[in-house]
Design a protein around this ligand. Structure first.
Ligand code: PPS
Length: 576
């Protein structure tokens, strides 16, 4: 093994990649093997198994290793390993596999990335896994939620042989494998390297913390952000990496390096911190920064934190020698106004005012286009954040009408569209019930299943429009609550979403009967007619409720516009 793969740059790296001759054999043999197309989490795990970041693991855990890992953070042979790395599957695939079989692991395009030599197939006790790994089975914990709701019920364990690493097309020069990073560090002559883990943009507090850490242990700094899967709702990695790149010139020359880690985080707090330290050891680092509430998901709905603020530091402290990485513990850094400097919260002089801005506060400031002070983040970082998080008056949004046939949805939607066109500044699309049924859903009828599918299609189109900064106005009946909520959940992370319940009473709609449909429904000529022979679930989450019985379409549209103005999506500021 070349010298640079040995300490001080990490321990022994496992190499799971098959040589070219063996790859040909595997590809030929794979024609007879079952396949699994990996999801995002599995792809991340596979990449770090294959590239050696999860050394000493040589594959997905077998039951023999899984159980002691869950119970006491150790593989069967006693090696420290805190997080189960599992290949999960549904019953359909699991039933067809037995020990000794081969499973081809593929990316979503069908490219074969690796072969799993199946050693074990079993149904785990997920609740025991949750309490063992996360210390809770509360589904508000994102790691528990993933395990309970998105993880298949079966695990398949076994050794891996790799053919190729998952493909990435973004920030390629920054995606170094452990061997590549070790080689780079050796070439730079960096013998002591302190790694900084992050899933957030880095502000001045983080810069100060990393500079202090590097100074304290006389090491160079590796900024090693996670770009695989982080906590749902986090700022996307494209934006974050641009922010890190903007920050780099603010460090002293030749002291810092940026490299990206395609890890799927579990938010497991203390255990995750141990895992992060092992991974950094494998990437060739000698030191690892552990801050306040490292890799913790915050608090549950009752406000109780899942982990104590320094629990992760305590656990890493117990095992740092065994891992061979020295922890650099840090308290929270705050800005001290009268000193115009950052310092650890426990060192702030008495009587001094300290300031900080939370992630939620930052998101609010971005959404409202408010000032982001330069004591908090450098202007070049703020600029990157603003580019991908424009204020609300520049974001896209969806206005989603729901209500009975004849309630007035289409008419109000049309008036609203005209007003948006008059305001200008954003493209507007009207997805009226009839238009959609003609163009997107012509093959669908009015069963619950078909109506839900229709609404999902509308939601998908509206989410794309919203994501790209446009206005989508939807006006279907959308009689079912669950699918309306699904659409809301799909769109809200991408821009604005306003549900408008056109709550005109059935008697009024029936009296109007502009299309003659109610008469036909009463006569039984039209079946499954909403309000007559089919249900309508009135929403309890509508932002605007309109009854068009005694309201003009103009008045109804104004009520929606006033609501959007109040939130800042339209109005005087949208002309800026
Ligand atoms: S849904 O439930 O949201 O998928 O319905 P939507 O796509 O809005 O389609 C409703 C329009 O189709 C006409 N129509 C019916 N509506 C309800 N129930 C039945 N059985 C039915 N059959 C045909 C009706 O004209 C609806 O248009 P609007 O504009 O709401 O009156």
């Amino acid at each position: 093994m070349p010298n640079h793969l040995n300490p001080p740059h990490g321990g022994v790296l496992v190499d799971l990649m098959a040589d070219p001759q063996r790859q040909i054999e595997l590809k030929t043999a794979s024609r007879d093997w079952p396949s699994l197309d990996l999801n995002e989490r599995q792809l991340c795990d596979l990449e770090l198994l294959l590239n050696g970041a999860f050394s000493p693991l040589t594959g997905f855990l077998t039951r023999r290793d899984y159980e002691p890992v869950v119970k006491n953070m150790r593989l069967a042979d006693g090696t420290l390993w805190p997080i189960p790395i599992m290949l999960d599957a549904g019953q359909e695939l699991a039933q067809t596999l037995s020990p000794g079989d081969h499973l081809a692991l593929r990316d979503p395009e069908g490219v074969m990335l690796a072969v799993l030599h199946v050693e074990d197939v079993w149904k785990p006790d997920k609740r025991a896994e949750a309490t063992g790994v996360f210390g809770t089975d509360n589904p508000e914990h994102p790691g528990v939620a993933y395990l309970m709701q998105r993880t298949g019920d079966w695990y398949i364990g076994g050794r891996l042989e790799g053919l190729t690493l998952p493909a990435h097309y973004d920030f390629k020069p920054l995606r170094l494998t452990p061997a590549e990073l070790r080689a780079d560090l050796a070439e730079l002559g960096w013998r002591r390297v302190v790694a900084f883990q992050t899933r957030n943009p880095m502000h001045r507090a983080h810069q100060e913390l990393t500079l202090r850490a590097a100074r304290e242990v006389e090491a160079n700094l590796l900024i090693h952000p996670v770009v695989g899967m982080t906590k749902p709702g986090d700022i996307d990695h494209f934006t974050r990496v641009r922010c890190y790149q903007a920050l780099l010139p603010r460090y002293p020359h030749n002291t810092v390096k940026l490299s990206l880690l395609p890890l799927a985080m579990r938010m497991a707090g203390p255990r995750e911190a141990v895992w992060h330290a092992i991974i950094r050891k494998n990437y060739g680092c000698t030191h690892f920064i552990v801050g306040r509430d490292h890799a913790g998901p915050g608090s549950d709905s009752s406000g109780k934190p899942f982990y104590g603020p320094y629990e992760a530091q305590e656990l890493v402290r117990q095992v740092e020698k065994e891992i061979g990485v020295e922890m650099v513990p840090f308290k929270m850094m705050v800005y001290v106004e009268d000193k115009d400097a950052y310092m650890p919260v426990d060192e702030v002089p008495e009587g001094s005012r300290s300031l900080s801005i939370s992630g939620t506060e930052l998101r609010q400031r971005l959404a409202e286009g408010r000032d982001i002070p330069s004591w908090f983040t450098y202007p070049e970082v703020a600029k990157e954040l603003r580019r991908s998080h424009p204020p609300r008056n520049k974001q896209g949004f969806t206005v989603f009408f729901t209500g009975l046939s004849g309630a007035g949805k289409s008419t109000v939607a049309r008036v609203l569209m005209i007003h948006f066109l008059e305001m200008g500044g954003r493209p507007v699309t009207l997805l009226d019930g009839d238009i959609v049924r003609k163009n997107l859903s012509s093959e669908l009828g009015f069963s619950k299943e078909h109506r839900d599918l229709n609404i999902r299609r509308i939601g998908f189109v509206a989410s794309e429009i919203t994501k790209n900064g446009g206005i989508a106005i939807c006006a279907p009946i959308a009689p079912y609550d669950a699918v309306r909520k699904e659409v809301r959940a799909m769109i809200e992370p991408l821009g604005g979403f306003t549900l408008v319940h056109v709550a005109t009473p059935l008697e009024v709609c029936e009296q109007r009967d502009r299309k003659g449909l109610y008469a036909k429904a009463r006569a039984g000529i039209i079946k499954e007619f909403t309000g007559i022979s089919d249900p309508y679930e009135a929403p309890d989450d509508a932002e605007v409720v309109l009854d068009t019985t005694d309201m003009t379409p103009e008045e109804a549209a104004q009520a929606v516009i006033l609501h959007l103005e109040r939130l800042g999506y339209v109005g005087s500021r949208s002309a800026e």
